[in-house]
Design a protein around this ligand. Structure first.
Ligand code: IPE
Ligand code: IPE
Ligand code: MG
Length: 266
């Protein structure tokens, strides 16, 4: 296996071997802080710095979509002091970084159930998304109070309402119609999922959207995840063969692009 400091891209890499959309569970902030005898929020703050540090590399590697899990629907169960600090960190980071994101042509989306947040924060999020709406250099999506089960449930509810109002028949519900009601409906499915912090689980992130995503787990805590770790993840991705249900021989005969290979609507 290649070392985390090997250079990228490997000789044979082509653009099709680079992920267009990366989804990240940024885990390990608390343990990073505990190891240094710091409060957990110090780890979360360093986690924000880690995001900022990898952004330039993402762009040079042609990544078009980055989706970050910042706060799960289950994270409300943490001590209220940590929840408050995490939400304050989200609000202040949004405030401090939105201008720079916009200058760098980055489009910001925030997904999740925002209804539980103060109105002022909901408004800031809406304004930030509107401000950056036309930007095309990179699509940055922050998942906050997000849960894959919540997303699927709200999509099902929306479709049930259409059936109830007789705007569609139950038979018309297809995989693509359901996907169109998820809050990621205007994003391609992730090509690469990265989870830092050593745990090997999805933790209710993009349950539907990860169906054919390549999974990459690393023990590195998120605040330590730097450009070299990121390149290591890209190299591992480039070494995978995505088959989408086909055989290896079929793929060798006719390589497929991920965007063309999404499972056909049921
Ligand atoms: C991930 O880091 C950030 C959030 C869940 C908000 P953690 O806070 O889960 O860090 P660990 O897992 O306790 O180390
Ligand atoms: C997942 O991390 C959520 C985020 C990174 C925002 P957790 O630390 O909450 O996940 P579990 O509890 O270990 O599964
Ligand atoms: Mg954790």
């Amino acid at each position: 296996m290649s070392s985390p400091h090997a250079t990228f891209p490997p000789a044979a890499a082509t653009l099709s071997e680079l992920p267009r959309h990366i989804a990240v569970v940024m885990d390990g902030n608390g343990r990073w802080a505990r190891r240094r005898a710091l409060p957990r929020i110090a780890g979360h703050r360093r986690g924000v710095e880690a995001i900022k540090n990898i952004m330039p590399l993402l762009r040079t590697r042609g990544v078009q979509y980055l989706t970050l899990f910042a706060f799960s629907s289950e994270n409300w169960q943490r001590p209220s002091s940590e929840v408050t600090l995490l939400l304050e960190l989200f609000a202040s980071t949004l405030e401090n970084e939105i201008r720079r994101l916009h200058e760098n042509q980055i489009r910001l989306r925030v997904i999740g159930d925002l209804s539980r947040f103060p109105h002022a924060l909901q408004n800031r999020v809406a304004e930030s998304m509107a401000l950056t709406r036309a930007n095309q250099a990179l699509n940055l999506t922050i998942a906050i109070n997000y849960g894959g089960r919540w997303d699927l449930t709200q999509a099902c509810r929306a479709l049930a309402e259409l059936v109830e109002r007789r705007e569609i028949s139950a038979d018309a519900i297809s995989a693509s119609l359901l996907a169109s009601r998820l809050c990621t409906s205007d994003l391609p499915e992730p090509d690469l999922f990265i989870r830092t912090g050593g745990e090997q689980r999805i933790s209710n992130f993009l349950l539907w959207q990860l169906a054919y995503t390549e999974l990459y787990f690393t023990d590195t805590y998120w605040p330590d995840f730097d450009e070299q770790h990121f390149e290591q993840a890209l190299m591992r991705f480039a070494s995978r063969q995505r088959r989408f249900g086909k055989t290896a021989e079929q793929i060798q005969a006719a390589p497929i692009q991920a965007e063309a290979a999404a499972p056909a609507p049921a």
